[in-house]
Design a protein around this ligand. Structure first.
Ligand code: FEO
Length: 183
């Protein structure tokens, strides 16, 4: 008896998205490392937190596929893009990657609708909502940097921006709080 409640197409689309979320996680991790190296520890932590959220999204896809009787497949994760050149570049990159991800999420919503797979359609609504929040977060970053003076911002205003992001609430533990027992 076939207990897989996902069609082959939907299963593959969800599995690909599981991998895409890890790719997004790696992109934000690499941006975070870039910011950390430049001395922007608050911005780096913000990006590390975001990388962790993307990983959580990947696990959400993994669990859903398994719960529906499918088997997710971990694939090759492409390397993250080159380091940003400036903070504006970095924040625009964050926004662009969120929009790319939204496009991929909408494709799965379309597919689930075409196949009348209402369970998957319903599952995907969480991600539709999440992407609204993440895109808002990303363009707020661009706005904050613009107010600080963009690429011509003074060291003092960048210091304040960095500090603000360091103090932003955590949905996930900060990198600095990780320990061997609580990685
Ligand atoms: Fe998992 Fe930023 O979307």
């Amino acid at each position: 008896m076939n207990t897989n409640r996902l069609s082959a197409n939907v299963e593959k689309a969800l599995s690909d998205q599981m991998n895409k979320e890890i790719h997004a996680s790696h992109i934000f991790l690499s941006y975070g490392i870039w910011a950390d190296d430049k001395g922007y520890q608050g911005i780096a932590n913000f990006l590390y937190r975001h990388a962790q959220e993307e990983r959580n999204h990947s696990i959400k896809f993994m669990e859903y596929i398994l719960n529906r009787g499918g088997k997710p497949k971990v694939g090759v994760i492409p390397a993250p893009p080159a380091d940003p050149k400036t903070l504006t570049d970095c924040f625009k990159g964050v926004f662009k990657h969120e929009v790319d991800n939204t496009t991929a999420i909408y494709k799965i919503v379309d597919l689930s609708m075409a196949e009348k797979d209402w369970a998957t359609w319903n599952f995907m609504q969480w991600f539709v909502q999440e992407q609204i929040e993440e895109e808002t977060l990303a363009h707020n970053l661009i706005d904050k940097l613009k107010i600080a003076g963009g690429d011509r911002a003074t060291d003092e205003s960048l210091f304040t921006l960095d500090k603000t992001l360091q103090e932003a609430p955590n949905d996930v533990p900060l990198a600095q709080e990780a320990t061997g027992n609580n990685p």
